[in-house]
Design a protein around this ligand. Structure first.
Ligand code: ATP
Ligand code: MG
Length: 352
């Protein structure tokens, strides 16, 4: 009999739940099973699962369609409210790093850390530990603090949907590993990974196998739709239909509104790079990868291509990188959803 230790990847995004089974290989990610279930606007907001029962029932129906009973799953949360800070800390023995990390987090995070799950990325060894004699070596660390409440809300939803949660990770850590599995970044190159979701955009920087920077800003697909809805006096649902249908059928005024919102979004993206450069490095980001449904916003990728980061954008061949031999998965459907599946696919390779 074939025993698989692979977990089912469950990504509960604000606009849709994505459930993926599959694995990475040198060719890309082979999807063996897939369910994508839309969620209405407002079902999930930045901090709240406002329509928890609906999320649970959509999740259940996705699992039923895949004939999964009490599956072992890996899931992740978006990280609204995630705190990050890059620090140099005393070069304690490796086994004492978690303890030291906790102490550092208590000093730098402006919140009661009893409500926060602490994690970190060990980036290497730095020179010149602050307040120590010049040249004192230090651990170079990205401290990460995530809200416990968000994790427990997600746990409740997954338990109510009858799943066994084996792994709960942060979106940006999962997607960074997934992007590297797909695109094989050269080791010392800095890569900006930009997830344009519904609620917001998350920018992380990957280098040498680690995430060394993370920032989220609350502008994503919902914001683009809203800008059109407001200008045209439409409700959100109708504006969304217009946005995703075909860029050409968008009336002129709505195009103008979209352009303004894209400019605001681009300014935030630019600011993210500026913060990265000032905090973590003296160098600009060398390559950029964009994913998430927001990449399909009319005009978004085009306006980036003509931007100064244009030549550094990696052209991702989603259609070929996500493939399936499962006859029940329509190739066009998979191609359309592929840019939105990075988190869920990355979760399948997390170890339980
Ligand atoms: N064809 C399309 N054209 C324009 N926008 C699209 C298209 N398809 C999806 N989107 C937008 O992508 C967003 C959803 O992308 P995605 O599934 O990556 O987000 P999510 O994971 O649900 O959200 P979040 O990560 O913020 O929780 C929505 O705002 C949606 O409007
Ligand atoms: Mg998402």
């Amino acid at each position: 009999m074939f025993f698989s230790s692979r977990l089912l990847g469950v990504d509960i995004g604000a606009s849709a739940i994505k459930i993926v089974e599959g694995s990475f290989s040198s060719k890309g990610f082979e999807v063996s099973n897939l369910a994508c279930l839309p969620l209405p606007d407002g079902a999930i907001t930045e901090r709240e699962y406002n329509q928890k029962d609906l999320v649970v029932s959509q999740l259940k129906s996705g699992l039923e369609s895949l004939k999964k009973k009490k599956p072992a799953v890996a899931t992740s949360f978006r990280g609204s409210g995630v705190l990050t800070k890059r620090v140099l800390m005393p070069k304690v023995p490796e086994k004492e790093i978690p303890q030291q990390v906790r102490w550092e987090a208590e000093q730098v995070f402006p919140t009661d850390i009893s409500n926060v799950l602490i994690s970190y990325q060990l980036l290497g060894v730095g020179d010149n530990l602050p307040l120590a004699p010049p040249g004192t070596k230090a651990w170079d660390i990205l401290l990460i603090g995530a809200q416990k409440e968000e994790a427990s809300n997600l746990q409740t939803i997954l338990s109510e949907a009858d799943t066994k949660v084996k792994v709960m990770d942060l979106d940006f850590l999962t997607t960074a590993d997934a992007a590297h599995s797909l695109l094989k970044f050269p080791k010392d190159e800095s890569v900006g990974l930009v997830d344009i979701g519904a609620l917001g955009t998350r920018v992380s920087v990957w280098k040498n196998g680690k995430v060394e920077f993370f920032r989220e800003f609350a502008l994503g697909g919902f914001y683009f739709t809203d800008s059109m809805a407001r200008r045209l006096g439409l409700n959100h649902t109708d504006a969304e239909v217009l946005k995703v249908s075909d860029g050409n059928s968008i009336p002129h005024e709505a195009k103008e509104a979209l352009k303004e919102s894209l400019n605001r979004w681009k300014a935030e993206l630019q600011q993210s790079e500026d913060i990265y450069v000032s905090q973590s490095s003296k160098e600009l980001i060398q390559k950029w990868c964009f994913f998430g449904g927001g990449t399909q916003t009319p005009g978004l990728m085009e306006s980036l291509t003509s931007d100064r980061i244009g030549p550094k954008i990696v052209n991702i061949d989603w259609k070929n990188l996500f493939f399936s031999k499962n006859k029940s998965i329509d190739a066009n459907f998979l191609a359309t959803w592929a840019p939105r599946l990075l988190t869920a696919s990355g979760l399948t390779s997390r170890k339980g």
